[in-house]
Design a protein around this ligand. Structure first.
Ligand SMILES: Cc1cc2nc3c(=O)[nH]c(=O)nc-3n(C[C@H](O)[C@H](O)[C@H](O)COP(=O)(O)OP(=O)(O)OC[C@H]3O[C@@H](n4cnc5c(N)ncnc54)[C@H](O)[C@@H]3O)c2cc1C
Length: 407
């Protein structure tokens, strides 16, 4: 295979598919997605798929809000529902510090035009029957939040992109970015040498390996995320709000009759991206392999909110790498001194929620030269020169994941 494309997107995870669809919607003609495995089969299919809307700061929240705005457009284009559960998120804080921290959520929601409502403990108890909300706890409800099946979401972007003329090649691996006089002019893939005006690196946890070839070390590392799903119980219905419990810290949502819960903090191992297997199914973490230490450390506080934890069976454990940056911000845009090349990664565990905004941002950079979203905090160069494979750097990114709060 050979040829010249307007844009080659490397990686058919949710970022690559969202970027391809956003480009096609803006009339970009020849777009090719190269995916060495199957569409949405790697980090994307492991996600807990929690879709938040208000998080971090206004620029980050705008990325998430865009996902909520594009989901109806995608549904309309495909003529079928995405199966989004818009159940809202309930944030329940117990300690004084965490209760005060919810003021930040209220302020940010107001800043970005989202609703945040204080709930009495009684109301929280009524909506989430298994939750032990105590007098004095603070409960804040944000209606525009929910969850979706991440694999279906990614493949929906991909199908809509294909319907608009995007070429999707699976089983197609990129080995090299072709660099000529400071410009990326295409890729060397196992299906041939391919030229493009633009190459967009959406290779997820592996993105840093390709990027280093052109001297752009990405400020991130693949760090383990993990969650558990309990056995099926009548208490967990699919329309309950998702929960965020900063005192644990934990998040929960209903899943196949059970309760899915993720615990932050604890052991958060990072990996040198060069050492990742090309299929995450083969990735093993020797450090606290099934998260039992994390569970044991958080279990006491968690069961004070979720007393059933003491007796409920755990049916599933899911883990995989998310790409964490030291400042918890994404990596979106161009690298200094390299033309024709853009990067979309550094998901910090929220790439499903961010996909709509990421797609729009990258497509606008290509079509208009500038994005209407504020990308100033997401520059790939913001940490200056670094060695993304250095063990100290990997540890720094892992520490961000370990310290990640849930608000
Ligand atoms: C346990 C867990 C829980 C999570 N929970 C959530 C959540 O609740 N909410 C949320 O928003 N996010 C969550 N995430 C994060 C989310 O999964 C990621 O942010 C998202 O999937 C990133 O998508 P991606 O396209 O960047 O990466 P990926 O899905 O990994 O896609 C990258 C693709 O690039 C391909 N590729 C790599 N190298 C090459 C190459 N050289 N040539 C061709 N193809 C290549 C890979 O095969 C892969 O398919 C979670 C992640 C994990 C692991």
């Amino acid at each position: 295979m050979s040829g010249r494309y307007d844009v080659i997107v490397i990686g058919g995870g949710i970022f690559g598919c969202a970027v391809a669809w956003s480009l096609a919607r803006r009339g970009v003609g020849r777009v090719l997605v190269l995916e060495r495995a199957e569409i949405g089969s790697q980090s994307t299919s492991r996600a807990a798929s929690v879709l938040t809307c208000v998080a971090g700061h206004a620029a980050k929240s705008a990325i998430f809000q865009e996902t909520w705005d594009v989901m109806p457009a995608l549904e309309q284009e495909l003529g079928e529902p995405l199966g989004v559960h818009e159940v809202g998120s309930l944030h329940v804080a117990r300690s004084e510090v965490n209760k005060r921290a919810l003021d930040g959520q209220v302020a940010l929601a107001a800043e970005v035009g989202e609703v945040a409502v204080e709930w009495e403990p009684e109301r929280a108890r009524e909506r989430v029957r298994w939750l032990d909300v105590r007098e004095g706890d603070r409960s804040l409800f944000l209606p525009r939040a929910g969850y979706v099946d991440s694999y279906l979401f990614a493949t929906a972007y991909a199908r809509a992109a294909r319907a608009r003329g995007v070429e999707l090649r699976t089983g197609a691996e990129v080995h090299e970015l072709r660099l000529e006089a400071g410009r990326v002019t295409g890729v060397r893939a196992d299906i041939g040498e391919l030229e493009a005006e633009w190459v967009v690196n959406c290779a997820g946890p592996w993105a840093g390996v390709l990027s280093a070839q052109v001297g752009c070390h990405l400020p991130m590392a693949p760090v383990r995320s993990q969650y558990w799903i309990t056995e099926e119980r009548g208490e967990f219905d699919t329309e309950q709000p998702m929960l965020f419990l900063p005192d644990v810290p934990a998040y929960t949502r209903a899943e196949v009759g059970g309760l899915l819960f993720g615990l932050r903090g604890g052991v958060s191992p990072a990996r040198d991206p060069r050492a990742l297997p090309s299929d995450l199914g083969a990735l093993e973490f020797s450090e606290d392999p099934e998260g039992w230490d994390t569970l044991a450390a958080a279990g006491g506080v968690f069961s004070s909110f979720f007393p059933l934890l003491e007796s409920v069976g755990l049916a599933h454990y899911v883990s995989g790498p998310s790409t964490y940056t030291p400042d918890s911000d994404f990596i979106l845009g161009a690298c200094d001194g390299v033309e024709g090349y853009l990067v979309a990664t550094g998901c910090c565990g929220s790439g499903i929620a961010a996909s709509g905004g990421v797609g729009r941002a990258l497509a606008e950079l290509i079509v208009e030269g500038v994005s209407s979203l504020d990308l100033s905090r997401f520059s790939p160069d913001r940490f200056g020169e670094l060695d993304a494979f250095d063990p100290e750097w990997l540890a720094r990114c892992a520490a961000t994941r370990a310290a990640k709060s849930v608000c």
